[in-house]
Ligand binder design. Structure first.
Ligand SMILES: *Cc1c(COP(=O)(O)O)cnc(C)c1O
Length: 360
């Protein structure tokens, strides 16, 4: 038997979650955000499951070209635009939509001689202070784009919310006001947190990412409480059961010691697969459908679990690290991170991704 670490991907859950976005904002077109290899789920697989989206949004031209090579003719938006002027020809050839977030990109467009004009989304920095033009520079930037031969059609104004994951944070209201002061009807505001938590931001193009994968964007709460279904279930098996005496140290550093004579299970999963090294003792792991706590440090290929609640557990028993039955958000919380990072980190070279259907 070979090492059995598997990421099960459920395409029906992706479709369910897309429909959830549509229910919340029925008249808004959806750009499904599938950057970072579809948040670790596999870019092309995710695109296929979400082919009913109105567009795809990715981080760079390499991701966009993978979609074109796989035969997708949807509009594709590059969320950070082009990184180099040399990309412009390919953007035109493959009709990719570019975000313009900086003066250098605007200049490059003005100087370009392209075979076909490009569609453009213009990024407004409404308060996140990462990418985008400050609102007061937007009217001039729009005029320049309108006059530019390399630009086709209406320019969509977009902005990104920095604090929408906290439903109480007034920063979101301030960002919306700053954006609305310069925006036209063609616009795009809402990430997952805004779609789920901020009704006043459900306007124009939606840009859901994490919610499509079934995880909650909020500081607390799970995808299930937002009526989302988890898409990835990360599975492995128990590869050893050992009995150790009271006081015996377990794992690197020996920082965890057995409080009594007890059975300890070893699961084939580790940070080399993308399981977070910072997961603390007590992080839940589903063994035979029931939670057991992680003990000791996470190794590259293995973790150890406390089997006192399941002394009958045996080698080969099924383990779920996150997904169906154990929200990835719960594991993220125990590892001091967010679901986004855990999903993106699942090692594509090591963890076999397979598609599944519905309940199991
Ligand atoms: C990644 C990203 C999104 C999606 O965010 P989620 O929180 O995953 O929904 C939306 N817009 C932009 C600009 C992004 O970079």
């Amino acid at each position: 038997m070979s090492r059995t670490v598997i990421a099960e991907i459920n395409p029906a859950a992706l479709q369910h979650n897309l429909n959830r976005a549509r229910e919340l904002a029925p008249n808004c077109p959806v750009a499904a955000v599938i950057k970072a290899d579809g948040y670790g789920h596999g870019l092309v697989r995710v695109a296929r499951a979400l082919s009913e989206a109105d567009a795809y949004a990715v981080a760079c031209i390499e991701e966009a070209l993978q979609l074109r090579e796989a035969g997708f003719s949807h509009p594709v938006i590059l969320l950070e635009g082009f990184f180099d002027t040399a990309e412009l020809e390919s953007l035109a050839r493959y009709s990719l939509i570019t975000v313009i977030h900086h003066e250098w990109q605007l200049k490059a467009l003005e100087q370009a001689k392209l075979a076909a004009p490009l569609q453009v989304w213009l990024k407004v920095d409404s308060g996140m202070h990462r990418l985008g033009f400050p609102p007061e520079q937007i009217p001039a930037a729009r005029q320049r784009l309108a006059a530019c031969n390399s630009v086709a059609g209406p320019v969509i104004l977009m902005t990104h919310l920095a604090n929408a994951d906290d439903r109480e944070d007034p920063a979101t209201v301030r960002q919306l006001a700053r954006f609305d002061a310069v925006a036209s009807d063609d616009r795009s505001i809402a990430n997952s947190a805004a779609i789920l938590g901020w009704p006043q931001a459900r306007r124009g193009w939606l840009r859901p990412g994490i919610m499509l994968y079934g995880a909650s964007p909020f500081v607390t709460g799970s995808g299930e409480s937002c009526q989302l279904q988890p898409v990835m279930t990360l599975r492995s098996t128990l590869i050893a059961v050992n009995h150790h005496q009271r006081g015996a140290p377990v794992g690197y550093g020996g920082s965890w010691r057995c409080p009594e004579d007890m059975p300890v299970g070893v699961v084939a999963i580790g940070y080399g697969d993308g399981y977070p090294r910072h997961a603390r003792p007590g992080t839940p792991v589903l063994l035979n459908g029931k939670r057991v706590p992680l003990i000791g440090r996470v190794s590259m290929d293995m973790i150890t679990v406390d089997l006192r609640s399941q002394p009958q557990a045996g080698i080969g028993d099924p383990v779920v690290l996150w997904g169906r039955g154990l929200p990835v958000e719960t594991v993220a919380e125990h590892a001091g991170t967010i679901a986004y990072e855990l999903l993106c980190a699942v090692a594509r070279k090591r963890v076999r991704h397979i598609e599944t259907q519905g309940e199991k």
